[in-house]
Ligand binder design. Structure first.
Ligand SMILES: NC(=O)c1ccc[n+]([C@@H]2O[C@H](COP(=O)([O-])OP(=O)(O)OC[C@H]3O[C@@H](n4cnc5c(N)ncnc54)[C@H](O)[C@@H]3O)[C@@H](O)[C@H]2O)c1
Ligand SMILES: [Zn+2]
Ligand SMILES: [Zn+2]
Length: 345
């Protein structure tokens, strides 16, 4: 089969690989239908993720059809259309029982990282019963591709951890796919203000169209002042960090109000300053989270009920044969305007 492989040292290529086989009775083999690329795949290519070794097939998102199910798989059979969660969960370990699938002792984020991923014609999914979701007959699978990772991430790490409440004020720093999905799912809770902050005016325009009440271009270094002009000097109830660099986390520290929350979503690779000299008396909470994908069943219901349309984030379409071009388009988002690229196997 054809697969997109991380070759180490920033390189990737399309390779011919043997079709994966069932390795444990709880595995399923899924024939991929659609997949996509995540910012985290770019982190792997940069060498930021040491668990992803050269030779790894990338990808942790997608939908497909069950080709073969192991003898212990009871909820899925060949021919079933499925959504693949980016998080593999055994459903039985201490962390799974505490609904922290991301820390499953025999799973977590392993797809396209510690084991081969979804940017291929076939993928092996361990713990299939608890790591796959059914797509119903006749349903368009396209919006579900965005439920493998970015919608649960935005909702769990941003909206839920940020405890967004009706009438509250929210600032979302970063209007990439994650920040935009946060804007969409924040609206389940009717906050009064959603302030989107980015350095890219094109993305801010999309943020506005997706429901941000205010947008701020932070390139001039004056974003904190602009936020406090909107909220008053107290600041926001929830500040969500959706970039993953020190400057944007520190901006959240500057704009969070008394009793507020900073919900970190971004993947950080550098030391970030924690200004306790300003925050110690502000009754704030800071949360971090690796997406657990525990909200996936609820998100699927909102999509089926037409309350949420993840497909609004899809900007480009490619076939698996053109996956190299898909990477180029995705990684040059400032020029191409790419948000999520859909890749058809
Ligand atoms: N916690 C998790 O489980 C989890 C899961 C998936 C992704 N992530 C992380 O979430 C973050 C966001 O993901 P994404 O796919 O939207 O990333 P992205 O790189 O596409 O988007 C980041 C956005 O931040 C903006 N930006 C860059 N520098 C900025 C600055 N100084 N001030 C304001 N905005 C700035 C960019 O213009 C861009 O729109 C990444 O760090 C990603 O790795 C975390
Ligand atoms: Zn991802
Ligand atoms: Zn587990």
């Amino acid at each position: 089969m054809k697969a997109l492989v991380y070759l180490g040292g920033g390189n990737k290529g399309i390779e011919d690989r043997p079709k994966p086989k069932i390795a444990s009775p709880t595995d399923a083999i899924v024939k991929m239908v659609k997949t996509t690329i995540c910012g985290t795949d770019l982190h792997i290519l940069k060498g930021d993720v040491p668990t992803a070794a050269p030779g790894r097939i990338l990808g942790h998102e997608g939908v497909g059809v069950v080709e073969e199910a192991g003898s212990a798989v009871t909820s899925f059979k060949p021919g079933d259309r499925v959504l693949i969660s980016c998080i593999t969960s055994c459903g039985k370990c201490e962390y799974c029982r505490r609904l922290m699938y991301s820390h499953c002792v025999d799973g977590g984020w392993i797809l396209g990282n510690a084991i081969d991923g979804t940017q291929a014609e076939y993928v092996r999914i361990p713990h299939a019963d608890t790591s796959l979701y059914h797509i119903l007959d006749g349903e368009d699978e396209t919006p579900f591709v965005l439920c493998s990772d970015i919608f649960p991430t935005s909702f769990e790490c941003g909206v839920l951890n940020g405890e967004i409440a009706p009438g509250s004020s929210v600032a979302i720093v970063g209007a990439g796919p994650i920040g935009l999905a946060t804007i969409l799912t924040a609206q389940f809770y009717s906050p009064a203000e959603i302030i989107a902050i980015d350095v890219d005016d094109k993305r801010l325009a999309i943020a506005k169209a997706f429901g941000a009440t205010h947008v701020i271009n932070s390139s001039d270094g004056k974003a904190a002042k602009a936020v406090l002009e909107i909220t008053g000097p107290r600041g926001v109830d929830t500040a969500i960090e959706a970039v993953g660099i020190p400057a944007t986390f520190e901006l959240c520290e500057e704009i969070v109000g008394p009793g507020g929350r900073i919900a970190n979503v971004g993947v950080h690779g550098k030391v970030v300053a924690l200004h306790l000299e300003n925050l110690w008396a502000r009754n704030v909470a800071i949360t971090t989270r690796l997406v657990d994908t525990v909200s996936t069943p609820m998100l699927l219901k909102t999509i089926r009920a037409h309350k949420l349309d993840p497909a609004r984030l899809i900007t480009h379409r490619f076939s698996l044969a053109d996956v190299m071009q898909a990477y180029e388009t995705f990684s040059d988002a400032a020029k191409t305007g790419a948000l999520k690229v859909m890749i058809e196997a």
